[in-house]
Design a protein around this ligand. Structure first.
Ligand code: PLP
Length: 393
């Protein structure tokens, strides 16, 4: 059987990983500034995480949600403490899309309304409802199209206000990433998030903070929405939560009440996933990774801002993006193939940095050195090229 060919692949096979490094099958070491798509929070194969999963594996890996699973409560307690959302309720599931799907559905159960406001360039996953709240036509199949979704420009307060004025009573929820990831590292304005909070309160709509990529400490606060000093009604979490073990969830404000069977999942909240997720939080707490992320993020961002040839350096914490001008278009490819550094991207020309939250200063410096070297090389090549062109003319 062939694999269904939906991913354009780099010709690299990773066989080993530790901290912020991964190795291919020939022993070549790569620096991971991409965190396997923002998933690696406490470093690849973190020893505490490995130990917790291994210990749990010897006890029990899975039983269905028809019995008591105390490690779920342990996870909820630790999550409440670290996120500051101690009075919220936790529903566990398996992926970012599933978290958003459940959030949107729960909002609709809660207020009995249908319409959802989402924003341009947002990304919320690929399941039916989650994908219908994106404006990327390539990933929305005809069956996912729905009239229940209103797509508005990101960070545009006037259109948001207008929309609520006209349709406020029909709006069930507003879903927004505090920092758009796939869309190219676009930070939501604090005043925009405050306005969402205000309008949701006024019209009994549910504020859903998609924190799948920008949450879990990556921004330098537990949730990037915390910068705006607002409480969302539902936070969606995944990626960094398991450090590579598939686990996700939604944090639900106390006024949204549960009812048996309204949500459910077979695998969500299994013993093994909870052991992995608990280990992540223990490491985040013990190593003070959120503070470290803020400090190292600032260090990296400030250094990047001094590099003249890249543009619009932006982001928060260790979620950073910059625009690559056309003459440096091979930068990402060369960083990987020549310097053995993984970075992320966003079309058409954004490099995204999403390293582990415990990346060291030395590793950051290693990246900066390679970046500057490669920019100089590419500029030189361009100059040589234009010299030759002028000779030909
Ligand atoms: C903000 C955001 N929401 C949701 C998702 C979907 O998560 P998953 O791929 O785990 O379904 C992603 C994935 O990149 C994301 O960045």
């Amino acid at each position: 059987m062939k694999l269904f060919d939906v991913y354009p692949l780099n010709d690299i096979t990773i066989v080993k990983a530790k901290g912020s490094y991964v190795w291919d099958e020939t022993g070549v070491r790569y620096l991971d500034m991409y965190g396997g798509h923002a998933v690696i929070s406490i470093g690849h194969t973190n020893p505490h995480w490995v130990q917790n999963i291994e210990d749990q594996l010897h006890k029990i890996a899975f039983y269905s949600n028809s019995i008591k699973i105390p490690i779920q409560q342990q996870l909820a307690d630790k999550l409440g403490k670290l996120s500051g959302k101690e009075n919220y309720q936790l529903f566990l599931c398996n992926s970012g899309a599933e978290a958003n799907e459940n959030a949107l559905k729960l909002a609709s159960f809660h207020n009995g309304k249908k319409n959802i406001i989402a924003f341009s360039k947002g990304f919320h996953g690929r399941t039916s409802l989650a994908v219908s709240v994106t404006d990327n036509k390539n990933i929305v199949a005809p069956v996912n199209e729905t009239e229940n979704v209103i797509l508005l420009p990101f960070n545009n307060s006037a259109t948001l206000q207008d929309c609520f004025l006209n349709y406020g009573n029909e709006i069930s929820s507003v879903i927004i990433e505090g920092i758009q990831g796939v869309g190219g590292i676009n930070v939501a304005d604090e005043n925009f998030l405050k306005l969402i909070r205000k309008l949701c309160d006024e019209y009994n709509a549910v504020y859903i903070a998609d924190s799948v990529q920008c949450g879990y400490g990556r921004s330098g606060k537990f949730f990037s929405h915390d910068f705006a000093d607002v409480d969302a009604d539902i936070y969606c979490i995944a990626k960094g939560m398991g450090n590579g073990f598939p686990v996700a969830g939604i944090l639900i404000a106390p006024h949204i009440k549960p009812k048996h069977f309204m949500l459910g999942t077979t695998f969500g909240g299994n013993h093994l996933a909870c052991a992995a997720a608990l280990a992540v939080l223990e490491v985040i707490e013990k190593e003070k990774l959120i503070n470290l992320t803020r400090e190292n993020g600032l260090y990296l961002m400030n250094k990047l801002k001094t590099i003249k040839d890249i543009e619009n350096v932006r982001g928060k914490g260790l979620m950073i993006g910059f625009d690559v001008p056309d003459h440096l278009k091979d930068l990402k490819k060369n960083l990987l193939n020549k310097h053995h550094i993984f970075t992320g991207e966003a079309k058409p020309n954004v490099i995204r940095l999403l390293p582990a939250l415990n990346i060291t200063r030395n590793e950051i410096d290693e990246f900066l050195k390679a970046l500057q070297y490669e920019i100089a090389e590419l500029k030189e090549e361009k100059e040589d090229h234009s010299d030759i062109l002028s000779l030909i003319k």
